[in-house]
Design a protein around this ligand. Structure first.
Ligand code: FAD
Length: 375
């Protein structure tokens, strides 16, 4: 029998799930949410492995935000566990805090030299400041520039080239600015006012977001395979915009990842949630799930992360590659989408071709609903 919905939503990640919830609870609309994967929650999906460890299948996801509206919205669907992410990096044979901070300086340099370098940094920028590495490399003071070059070479360069397969200069400066140098002793990776993990995991939170009267979910369902038994008035597409248009303007480049999950018979494998390997090894980082979820048992699972080239149809398009030319191609797809904007909306990490953190994806979904759907 033919079934009609007000909305068809492609993708059960943050963007799709939240818009579906809003449509049902705030506008009294019906929505069918489809996902080609066999689960909800998009890339934030977590589940227990055979050893019983809760892990993030598509890579470690740490929730942090400065937005009260985003935190309040999600708090209706989950309780939280306080968690402040800390990252160490293997640099020059030593383990230092990442982002690079005054403690990193003290570990890598003899005491007097570390004091001298800290002094010139504080003179140049003040204490408790965050400075993007590319900006620091342009500082008029030679001593600051020398230190910046050292940090760039040992902390940023290797990690960025492994992560993206490109030189830092070939990418938007926003990439290296994401992890600025901290002129402080604060060793938290994020400084956001809200840093918590969903108490029972992300998938449980998504189950509650989607459990609304009027919302139906169909998994293992690709838009391309949706039968004629389903009809709808409007479509929200949170998949890749170039794929939707059959790549008519060309492929938008993505970076993909391979995760090697290892489970060890020990309570903890490393001192903190994440250890980066900016220079040595092919992988970029090892993340230990138990630190993030704060669960303890006799076994622990880590994710060893290998960046790889993305091959459409074969690998998962994880990260849009932030370069001007890619943005221009995306703009041309947006112009194409605008011709049919009354019927089809695009949003989310793949639809907008933008690196969104989870809180930004939530914020974008809430804003889209308020401005373009109910307005
Ligand atoms: C490795 C990695 C680590 C990350 N870590 C963090 C972190 O620590 N903190 C943080 O805040 N953010 C993190 N993020 C970002 C976070 O994953 C995103 O913000 C969030 O997933 C965006 O949600 P979305 O709904 O836009 O997209 P997605 O979660 O990608 O959901 C889109 C869904 O659409 C489905 N889909 C696509 N096309 C079709 C189709 N044609 N038919 C049916 N279904 C389709 C896909 O299967 C997918 O499930 C990370 C991202 C990655 C890749």
């Amino acid at each position: 029998m033919k079934k009609h919905y007000d909305w068809l939503i492609v993708g059960a990640g943050y963007t799709g799930a939240i818009i579906a919830e809003r449509l049902a609870t705030q506008a009294g609309k019906t929505a069918l949410v489809i996902d080609r994967r066999d689960h909800i929650a998009g890339n934030a999906y977590d589940r227990r492995n055979d050893a019983g460890v809760l892990y993030h299948q598509y890579g470690p996801h740490i929730f942090h935000t400065n937005s009260h509206a985003v935190a309040d919205y999600l708090s209706a669907f989950t309780e939280w566990l306080p968690y402040e992410h800390r990252v160490l990096g293997m640099v020059d044979g030593r383990i230092i805090p990442i982002p690079f901070n005054l403690t990193s300086l003290e570990i890598l340099f003899p005491k007097a030299e570390a004091e001298r370098l800290a002094k010139i940094l504080i003179e140049a920028y003040g204490i408790d400041q965050k400075v993007p590495i590319l900006k620091m490399r342009e500082n008029p003071v030679q001593g600051v520039r020398d230190l910046a070059d050292f940090i760039y070479k040992n902390v940023f360069y290797g990690y960025t080239t492994k992560q993206w397969g490109l030189e830092p200069e070939q990418l938007s400066p926003s990439v290296t600015a994401r992890v600025p140098v901290h002129i402080s002793y604060d060793d938290r990776y994020f400084q956001d006012s809200f840093q918590n993990m969903p108490k029972e995991g992300y998938t449980k939170m998504f189950e509650r977001i989607l459990a609304q009267q009027g919302v139906s979910v169909s998994l293992n369902t690709d838009l391309a395979d949706l039968g004629s038994e389903v009809s709808y008035d409007r479509l929200l597409y949170t998949g890749a915009i170039d794929e939707y248009f059959d790549y008519v303007l060309g492929e938008l480049p993505y970076r993909s990842l391979d995760f090697n999950f290892q489970t060890y018979r020990q309570q903890r494998h490393q001192a903190v949630g994440q250890v980066n390997y900016p220079v040595s090894h092919d992988f970029t980082r090892i993340t230990e799930m138990g630190h993030l979820t704060q669960e303890w048992s006799d076994v622990t699972t880590v994710a060893i992360e290998y960046p790889v080239a993305h091959v459409p149809g074969k690998t998962i398009p994880y990260y849009p590659i932030p370069r001007d030319e890619n943005q221009e191609l995306h703009n041309r797809y947006v112009a194409l989408a605008e011709k049919d904007a009354a019927n089809v909306l695009f949003a989310g990490r793949l639809g907008d071709y933008r690196y969104y953190n989870m809180d930004q994806a939530v914020g974008r979904a809430l804003a889209l609903f308020n401005k373009s759907i109910v307005a």
